[in-house]
Design a protein around this ligand. Sequence first.
Ligand code: AMP
Ligand code: GLY
Length: 422
Amino acid sequence: MNILLLGSGGREAAIAWKISQSPLCDKLFIGPGNGGTDSFGTNVNLKPTDFPAIETFCRENGINLIIVGNEDPLVAGIRDYFAEKMPEMLLVGPAADGAALEGSKDFAKQFMQRHGIPTAAYQSFTSATVEEGCRFLETLKAPYVLKADGLAAGKGVLIISDLKEAQNSLREMLGGMFGRASSTVVIEEFLSGIECSVFVLTDGHGEYRILPVAKDYKRIGEGDTGLNTGGMGAVSPVPFANKEFMSKVEERIVKPTVNGLIKDGIDYRGFIFLGLINVCGEPMVIEYNVRMGDPETEAVMPRIESDLLPLLIAVSKGNLGNLELKEDPRTAVTVMAVSGGYPGSYEKGKPMTGLENVTESLLFHAGTAKQDGRLVTSGGRVIAATSYGEDIPSAAAKSFAAVKAIDFDGKYFRRDIAADLC
Ligand code: AMP
Ligand code: GLY
């Protein structure tokens, strides 16, 4: 089978690493990939949202299966496009109707309300109802959670402790702070608890598998301080997501989500990412995403013992059947090395050295590129190191050693990834 994986981050590097080990994988292409994905397949210069160019590539290269790594092509309707132009193409990822779970927070909240899925109370507002929105904020307790309805590259959520500031931000958001993405704003109740990420693979026909559970570290600074980033590290499994918690997640969230999609007439074949919060032992949904998480994937893929490719093929065919998804019992900890200045402005093109000294960890490139045969940085999140261990401290120690061994000008990483769970 020939496969095209769309995306260019650490998540896609980890998926490529996993898929390339499958005996069912003949040729693997990554479009566009990065400076490291070419060790698992062939990078091709494709933009994941340029559907006609992807179609041409697929026809010329006998692609049988497309795996969509990031949300943009899904929200823009890549499944719908291929269903029309190349109906024989297998594709992992929902059509635009299902991708709205991530593409519209208002849609996701309505979906959860309709299907009785536990989530924060909310109301949505537009520029026509901005004054109502300001009054609604007065009825809530601080801090105030304001979310741009549409995709905003992970930046569309504001959590503000002062009421006046929250009201001003609501006006600014509705006035175009995030462009069209914030023409509707969801205001919701603040939930207090510890978060985790649960990933589900579902086939659109009621079958699903739950992948190893993970927790990511979003803030730039140690002790979860400073600005939000795409993610500075991850750990899997998550000790508080024990059997009892996960059985609540499955009964109250996974099953109603999978069945709710079917009830709503949405043929959802792909990954569902449940961003959960543990509120005093009770799981609640913070958000849905319609793809795997990054950097969670870099910790989750190494913990999947089974060949993932047969599961992905079955999902894309709508027939998961009784295929098994076996977990590796070991702990995996991922530490991300980022460019100095990130998530603010940072320089690119810094030569990278020392990767060959990393022998006890997996390296998943994120923002790297090859320039005249040399490896250089090309993004904010540069490279992830994932290590196995019998417990969190032993896995984390190896990943910290790995990112220390890699050198580039301005390198930064958090030294406390997973320390809160020890
Ligand atoms: P989202 O893009 O919806 O995941 O939001 C980004 C981050 O904001 C989440 O990972 C949470 O840390 C935080 N957040 C979002 N919604 C809430 C909420 N209702 N209560 C507390 N924190 C939240
Ligand atoms: N790590 C969170 C995300 O991928 O959205």
